[in-house]
Design a protein around this ligand. Structure first.
Ligand code: DLZ
Length: 162
């Protein structure tokens, strides 16, 4: 698998906080595991690249993307965690399950972020097929895990968190 880690400066390099003392929670869905592992690798390496310490990055897995919300809540409710990054891949099938899961996760993660007043990042890749998901997990459209980590870092500069 090609690695396409982008430098954070490609997103926004203004006023990046020092994240050397920050604690991150990664919650990763096991459905489409090879792809979510690639997203997780992208997120993890991005956090390290920008100063996070390995011991301050906690990874939890959940069975499927629907469970990301509760997994995110378990992490967010810890006083120690400064930001949560939720990663999953939902691939469209014959039914509308993808719609239900994606809407539930979007609403759920928003709720957790509001409840705990912490960045809770939506790193859900929602595609029509597996190839489109790989394209966004280290392929031609980059790695959404990298973008999710960059978003978490940017969000830590808001609200007096930096
Ligand atoms: C059931 C299901 C289906 C059909 N598809 C996906 C998927 O593409 N990606 C994903 O992360 N999870 C999927 N799941 C599992 C649900 O997210 C959830 O784990 C189960 O419905 C149990 O709550």
């Amino acid at each position: 698998m090609a690695s396409s880690l982008k430098n954070l400066s490609e997103y926004n390099s203004d006023n990046l906080p020092d994240i050397s003392g920050k604690k991150f929670g990664l919650v990763v869905a096991e459905w489409n595991k090879e792809i979510t592992d690639a997203l997780c690798k992208g997120a993890y390496e991005t956090l390290l690249q920008h100063g996070a310490k390995p011991e301050n990055i906690h990874r939890n897995t959940v069975p499927g993307s629907f469970e990301l919300t509760l997994g995110a809540q378990y992490l967010a409710q810890s006083y120690e965690i400064d930001a949560v990054i939720a990663l999953g891949v939902v691939i469209k099938g014959e039914t509308k399950h993808d719609d239900y899961i994606c809407h539930a996760v979007a609403q759920g993660l928003t709720h957790v972020g509001m409840k705990y007043n912490k960045p809770v990042i939506f790193g859900l890749v929602t595609t029509n097929d597996e190839q489109q998901a790989w394209d966004r997990a280290g392929g031609k459209h980059g790695n959404k895990g990298v973008e999710a980590a960059a978003t978490a870092i940017q969000m830590l500069s808001f609200g007096g968190n930096s």
